[in-house]
Design a protein around this ligand. Structure first.
Ligand SMILES: *Cc1c(COP(=O)(O)O)cnc(C)c1O
Length: 379
C-alpha cells in the first residue's frame, strides 16, 4: 500500500485565477470595490439569494462589522457556542460585550437551542450560531428564541456557503450572516470573507463601516458629491487581487462542491459497519438540511482512542486533526466570557472528534486508502 502523505486540506485552484489576477495588475485598479468585487459579489448573491452582500477581508472582519452594526457595548451579552472558532467570540468581545457560552447538540456539534434558552438574560442582545461542517443548526428553535426575546441572530456561516435549512440558504436566515474565504474553506481567495443581510438600512450602514466610516460608496455611485467621516468603521474591504481569485473560484463553485460531496459520500457509504462495531459516531445530516461537505467528522468513545486513531492514521501518512479548544475554558474565554451552565457536551465533543481529509482533488485511490486505514483500526 502506498504511504505518500495525504494532506488534510489542499486549497482549490480555479482555472481563471491567473488570467483574472493579470487583468487586475494590468489595470490601474487593485484597491477594493472594482469590477471583480462587483462580479464576485453578484455570484455570491446568486448562490445565497441574499438581497445584500459585501465582500470583506475575512469572516472575522465580517463578524466585527456585525458587532458594530448591532452597536454592542459593555453590559451587552452575546451568546456563542462553546464549541466554536475564536473569531465567533472575539469579534463580539472586541466591542466590549460579554460572551456567554452555551452548549452544543452532540449529534451535529451545533448550538443547542435548549442550552441557549437556559442562559438568556435581559442583557442578551445577540446569538451567534455556526453551521458546523456546513450542516445547519436547529434554526427553528433558535428563531423562536430570537423572536420571543427580541434577540438578533447572527450566522457565522464560514462552513456553509451553498448549504440550506428547510430550503433556505444558510447565511440569510438570521439578521446578519458571514462567510469565510480563507484557504481552508470550500471557496477561497487566500484570506477573504463576506457579510450578508436583507435589511437595506443595515446595508447602508455596513457600507460606511466597511469604508473606514465614510460614505465613499455613495460618492462612487454619485449620490453625494464628496465623502466624509460618518460613523465608526474600519478598513474591511478586500483588494481587487483577492476578489479576482474569489471570482474565478465562484465560477467553479458547482465543480468544487461536487468534488467535495464525492469524498464525503464515499466516507458516509464506507464507514457505518466499522463505526457500529467500534462504538464510533459518524457525522449525520438531518433530513431537512442540505450540507456543504465542508468537513467529515467522526467521534470515538474516548479521547485516548481518538488520539490513538490520529497516531495510527499519521503512521499511514494520513493527516486527521481535531479542533476547537472549547472557548469557555480558553484563557480569553475565562476572562471575557461567562459560562452560567457548564458546557459538558462541547468539552466531550472536543475530546473525541476527529476530521478526515476532505478536498476536491483527493483521488478515489486516496479515499480508498483513507477508508481502508480507518476501518482496520480497532477502536
Ligand atoms: C474559518 C472560520 C472563521 C474565520 O474565518 P476567517 O475568514 O479566517 O476570518 C470564523 N468562524 C468559523 C466557524 C470558521 O471556521
Amino acid at each position: 500500500m502506498s504511504t505518500d502523505r495525504i494532506l488534510f486540506n489542499r486549497p482549490y485552484r480555479a482555472r481563471g485565477e491567473l488570467a483574472n489576477l493579470e487583468a487586475v495588475l494590468a489595470s490601474d485598479h487593485s484597491h477594493g470595490d472594482g469590477p471583480f468585487t462587483a462580479s464576485a459579489t453578484a455570484k455570491l448573491r446568486a448562490i445565497t439569494e441574499a438581497p445584500h452582500a459585501l465582500l470583506t477581508t475575512s469572516c472575522t472582519s465580517a463578524l466585527e462589522m456585525a458587532g458594530l452594526l448591532l452597536e454592542l457595548g459593555p453590559g451587552d451579552e452575546v451568546i456563542v457556542p462553546s464549541f466554536a472558532f475564536t473569531s465567533t467570540a472575539t469579534s463580539m468581545a472586541l466591542r466590549g460585550a460579554t460572551c456567554v457560552f452555551a452548549d452544543i447538540d452532540p449529534a451535529t456539534g451545533n448550538l443547542d437551542p435548549a442550552s441557549v434558552a437556559a442562559v438568556i438574560t435581559p442583557r442578551t442582545r445577540a446569538v451567534v450560531v455556526i453551521h458546523y461542517g456546513g450542516v445547519a443548526a436547529d434554526m427553528s428553535g433558535l428563531l423562536e428564541l430570537a423572536d420571543g426575546h427580541g434577540i438578533v441572530l447572527v450566522e457565522d456561516n464560514a462552513h456553509g456557503l451553498g448549504g440550506r435549512w428547510r430550503g433556505r440558504p444558510l447565511g440569510t436566515i438570521g439578521t446578519l450572516g458571514t462567510l469565510s474565504f480563507h484557504d481552508t474553506k470550500n471557496v477561497h481567495c487566500g484570506e477573504g470573507g463576506a457579510l450578508l443581510m436583507s435589511d437595506r438600512i443595515l446595508m447602508d450602514r455596513a457600507e460606511i463601516i466597511r469604508e473606514k466610516g465614510t460614505d465613499r460608496a455613495r460618492f462612487l455611485r454619485g449620490t453625494v458629491d464628496k465623502y466624509s467621516w460618518q460613523d465608526l468603521g474600519s478598513s474591511y474591504l478586500p483588494s481587487e487581487l483577492n476578489a479576482a481569485v474569489l471570482d474565478a473560484q465562484l465560477d467553479e463553485f458547482d465543480l468544487i462542491q461536487s468534488g467535495r460531496h464525492r469524498v464525503w459520500d464515499a466516507y458516509a457509504a464506507a464507514l457505518p459497519d466499522w463505526a457500529a462495531r467500534n462504538d464510533v459516531r459518524l457525522m449525520t445530516v438531518p433530513p431537512d438540511r442540505e450540507h456543504t461537505a465542508h468537513l467529515y467528522f467522526l467521534r470515538t468513545p474516548t479521547e485516548e482512542r481518538r488520539d490513538a486513531l490520529i497516531r495510527y492514521l499519521a503512521g499511514l501518512g494520513i493527516a486527521a486533526p481535531f479542533h476547537y479548544v472549547p472557548l469557555d475554558s480558553s484563557p480569553a474565554g475565562l476572562k471575557l466570557g461567562r459560562t452560567p451552565v457548564p458546557c459538558v457536551r462541547s468539552h466531550e465533543f472536543s475530546r473525541t472528534v476527529l476530521r478526515l481529509p476532505l478536498w476536491p482533488g483527493l483521488t478515489d485511490e486516496q479515499v480508498s486508502r483513507i477508508v481502508d486505514a480507518v476501518t482496520t483500526f480497532r477502536v
